[in-house]
Write a protein that binds this ligand. Structure first.
Ligand code: ACO
Length: 329
C-alpha cells in the first residue's frame, strides 16, 4: 500500500551568515559593476560566512531551526544526510559534525555530493529509506560555504555565489503523499563546464596548483546556462508527468537560485508566470546545495503553504546533475 510508505516534510529551517557582500563591494575587488551583475544575473547581494564559520556550523543552525519548526527533538532523528561540495573536511563527513553539534546521537550520518542538485538527491534518498522503513525520521540538509572555493579574482564566477544552509525533516505522515515523485538525471560527459579541478586525487594540493587556483570554481557560463535551462525544464515536465499533474495544479515552484535569466527562461518554456516561482537569489546569490533548501524554508514561512498544496522543486548543478520533485505539503 503506497500511501503507508510516503515521506512528508515535517519541518524546515535555514541559516544565512550575517555578513552581506554587496555588488558595490565586488566593484572594488574585480572589474565589474552593479548594473552588469543585476542585469545578467538578478543578484544584488550575497552572504559570506565568517572565517571560522564552517559548513557544518551553518548546517547545524539550519537543522536546529528545522527541528524547532517540526516540533521534534534531535534524539528522534535516525539519519542525517548532508548535501555539500564544501565539506568541513574530506572526512569525517559533514553530517557527522552536524550530529555532534545538534546532539542527534541516534542518527546514521553521511554526505551526498551532487553540487547544486545535492539537496533533492538527498531528499530522494531519504524518501527511499522511509519507504522501506516508515519509522525513520530523516534530517536532510543542503549547506555550502562556496566563498572558500571561489576565485575572488575571477569576475566570471565570483559575483555569482554565496554561503548558507537549509534543512528539512522528513517522516511518514498518515494520509499525506509527501514527496510524490522525483525525476533525476546526470551527464558526466559535461563534467568540465562547471567544476573544481584541484584539491582532489586528480590534482592534489601542491604549491604549484594553489598558485594556479585549481581548487576554485571553473565555469563555462554560456554552456552552463544552456544546460541548466534544458535540464530543469525537461526534469520538471518529467516529474509532473510521473505525478500525473499539470503545471497549473502547482501552487509554488522552487527552483535552484542560480540566475534570474535562467528562471525566466524556464518560466517561459513551462508557460507559467514568474510569480509562481519563489525567488531569493537577489539577496543570497547561488548557494549551491543550500539554495533550494533555503528557498523552500523561506517559501513555506512566507507563502503560508497549506496541507495539500503541491510544490515543484527543481535543481541543476555540476556533474552535470539535475532533479525535479513534486511534493504535497
Ligand atoms: N562583470 C562585468 N563583465 C563581466 C563579468 C562581470 N562580473 N563577467 C563576465 N563579464 C564579461 C565577459 O568577460 C564578457 O566580456 P567580453 O565580451 O569582452 O569577452 C561579457 O561580460 C559577456 O560574457 P558572457 O559570458 O557572454 O555573459 P553572459 O550574458 O553569458 O552572462 C553569466 C554570464 C551570467 C555567467 C551567464 O552565462 C550565466 O548565468 N551562466 C550560468 C551560470 C550559473 O548559473 N552557474 C552556476 C549554475 S549551477 C551551480 O549552481 C553549480
Amino acid at each position: 500500500m503506497l500511501s503507508s510508505l510516503s515521506a512528508s516534510i515535517l519541518g524546515t529551517g535555514s541559516y544565512l551568515p550575517e555578513r552581506i557582500m554587496t555588488n558595490a563591494e565586488l566593484e572594488k575587488m574585480v572589474d565589474t559593476n552593479d548594473e552588469w551583475i543585476r542585469t545578467r544575473t538578478g543578484i544584488q547581494e550575497r552572504r559570506i560566512a565568517g572565517p571560522s564559520e564552517t559548513t557544518s556550523d551553518m548546517a547545524a543552525a539550519a537543522a536546529r531551526a528545522a527541528l524547532e519548526n517540526a516540533g521534534i527533538d534531535a534524539q528522534e532523528i535516525s539519519m542525517i544526510i548532508c548535501a555539500t561540495v564544501t565539506p568541513d573536511m574530506f572526512f569525517p563527513n559533514t553530517a557527522c559534525f552536524v550530529q555532534t553539534k545538534i546532539g542527534a546521537t541516534q542518527a546514521v550520518c553521511f554526505d551526498v555530493s551532487a553540487a547544486c542538485s545535492g539537496f533533492l538527491y538527498a531528499m530522494e534518498i531519504a524518501r527511499q529509506f522511509i519507504a522501506s522503513d516508515p519509522s525513520k525520521t530523516i534530517l536532510v540538509i543542503g549547506a555550502d560555504k562556496l566563498s572558500t572555493i571561489v576565485n575572488w579574482e575571477d569576475r566570471n564566477t565570483c559575483v555569482l555565489f554565496g554561503d548558507g544552509a537549509g534543512a528539512a525533516i522528513l517522516r511518514h505522515r498518515e494520509g499525506g503523499r509527501g514527496i510524490i515523485t522525483t525525476s533525476m538525471g546526470s551527464d558526466g560527459k559535461l563534467n568540465n563546464i562547471l567544476y573544481t579541478p584541484g584539491g582532489g586525487s586528480a590534482a592534489p594540493t601542491t604549491l604549484e596548483n594553489v598558485s594556479q587556483k585549481l581548487a576554485t570554481i571553473h565555469m563555462n557560463g554560456r554552456e552552463t546556462y544552456k544546460q541548466a535551462v534544458k535540464s530543469m525544464v525537461e526534469s520538471s515536465l518529467q516529474a509532473l508527468k510521473q505525478a500525473d499533474l499539470t503545471i497549473d495544479q502547482i501552487t509554488c515552484i522552487i527552483p535552484h537560485q542560480a540566475n534570474l535569466r535562467i528562471i525566466e527562461a524556464i518560466a517561459t518554456r513551462l508557460n507559467v508566470s514568474l510569480n509562481h516561482f519563489h525567488l531569493n537569489l537577489d539577496r543570497y546569490g547561488n548557494t549551491s546545495a543550500a539554495a533550494v533548501a533555503i528557498a523552500l524554508d523561506e517559501a513555506a514561512r512566507t507563502r503560508n503553504f497549506q496541507r495539500g498544496d503541491l510544490i515543484l522543486l527543481v535543481v541543476f548543478g555540476g556533474g552535470l546533475t539535475w532533479a525535479a520533485s513534486v511534493v504535497e505539503w
